[in-house]
Design a protein around this ligand. Structure first.
Ligand code: ADE
Length: 420
């Protein structure tokens, strides 16, 4: 192996056990791995991945490697790396990893550089930092790249902005656009793992508390519903009238953040935008409020404003809980440095849901390798047939059978003459 940068290689045995545990919950990816082993669809392909280094991601890396790819990986967030997994990928899978939990910004970007030094044919991103860095500072590498895949909503938005600016220099598959990704990973995965992160960080009882969820996209929907399931009073804030109406009719209380800031006990942002919780919101928050983020970047909470409003430096009162003492004596608790709390304080989405997301990633890589040279330099969704096949395989693995249309029903759907 050329090189790697991880926290501690001796953590590998524990990491391997956890990777194997996750694999049990990833039947769709397992089937793809078996096919990839036989067919070698990625033979000769160099892949640089910038993903959260978790047990689930390790299983994706093993699948790509089984398909013949030469893979390296760096972290897609400074706080999401599971150091035992990073160690196991290096020791047990001989995959170079550049990721250390808690790395600073300089190290984070040096790891992206290291992954790019692999001269990828395919980029695999979660948040588009790898693609962005490649286009901004490593343009000499563009000639090798056939295409990329992108995991998350935020990354897809960035890539569409690049394509609109004619700045994107290769085709990218938006994994997030697949229904088997966003309807499940974003909703059930983020829903459960965000609550898990908040509870692991604070050990707080949610029942009877007011939880404010900013944003009612797929992630916000998941978080709001899971928080309600734990007995919390849930308030949703939105800027989109349709989503606000949907949240209202789903039974949530809707109000502007200005009002919600006064009554919330626990705040979670899931909007993908900046300063959703701002200085004027901190000014009216209750003493002891818990503030967290589940969006991709740590921009949704105005942390510099919170720092300015505080006396001295925050006190770390528990792992992943920084307590800010405001000049008026109130305390505000910031969880996970405002980074995605589900990966900072917990383990991210459970393997069963990442199974579908990463099946989309693996098939996205195959799609790019097969078709990349004939594709335009824009963002593509995977074909609907791929999405349906992933859902079919997942249902089969879960032992769930469904009906099929009869010939009569099929014919009925294809005619227009028969009505009332
Ligand atoms: N994003 C959210 N949860 C994740 C996980 N468990 N692994 C990789 N990426 C994730």
């Amino acid at each position: 192996m050329s090189d790697y940068h991880i926290s501690d290689a001796s953590l590998a045995p524990g990491g391997k056990l956890r990777i194997d545990w996750a694999e049990e919950e990833m039947p769709v990816l397992r089937q793809l791995k078996a096919r990839f082993e036989k067919e070698q669809p990625l033979k000769g392909m160099r892949i640089s991945a910038c993903l959260h280094v978790t047990t689930e991601t390790a299983n994706l890396m093993a699948t790509l490697q089984a398909g013949g790819a030469d893979v390296v990986i760096c972290a897609s967030n400074p706080l999401s790396t599971q150091d035992d997994v990073a160690a196991s990928l290096v020791v047990n899978y001989e995959i170079p990893v550049y990721a250390i939990k808690g790395e600073d910004k300089t190290t984070y970007f040096s790891h992206i550089e290291a992954a790019l030094n692999h001269k990828p044919h395919l980029t695999m991103d979660d948040g588009a930092d790898l693609v962005s860095e490649l286009h901004k500072n490593r343009r000499e590498l563009l000639e090798h790249v056939v295409g990329g895949t992108e995991e998350t909503t935020t990354g897809v938005i960035r890539l569409r902005a690049m394509a609109a600016d004619k700045a994107l220099m290769f085709p990218v598959v938006a994994v997030n656009d697949s229904a088997t990704k966003h309807m499940f990973d974003n909703r059930y995965g983020t829903g459960q793992s965000t609550i898990d992160g908040i509870v692991r960080a604070t050990n707080i009882l949610l029942a009877g508390r007011t939880v404010v969820v900013a944003g009612y996209g797929w992630c916000g929907r998941g978080i709001a519903n899971r928080a309600r399931g734990m007995g919390a009073q849930v308030v949703v804030t939105e800027i989109d009238p349709i989503k606000a109406l949907e949240a209202l009719m789903d039974g949530f209380t809707i109000m502007p953040m200005e009002a919600a800031a006064r009554i919330g006990d626990i705040f979670v942002t899931a909007t993908g935008d900046v300063n959703v919780i701002d200085k004027h919101h901190f000014e009216v928050m209750k003493n002891g409020a818990l503030v967290s983020n589940s969006g991709h970047f740590n921009v949704e909470i105005n942390i510099p404003a919170l720092e300015q409003m505080s006396q001295g430096k925050p006190k770390q009162v528990r792992p992943f809980v920084d307590q800010f003492l405001l000049k008026d004596g109130r305390k505000i608790n910031l969880l996970g440095e405002g980074r995605l709390i589900n990966l900072a304080a917990a383990e991210g989405h459970p393997a069963s849901v990442m199974d579908m997301s990463f099946a989309n990633q693996a098939l996205g890589a195959e799609f790019i390798f097969k078709n990349g040279k004939s594709l335009e330099k824009r963002v593509y969704a995977l074909p609907e047939s791929v999405d349906r096949e992933i859902a079919r395989l997942k249902l089969a693995a879960m032992g769930v059978k469904i009906d099929t249309l009869t010939a009569e029903q099929e014919a009925y759907l294809n005619q227009w003459q028969e009505g009332t």
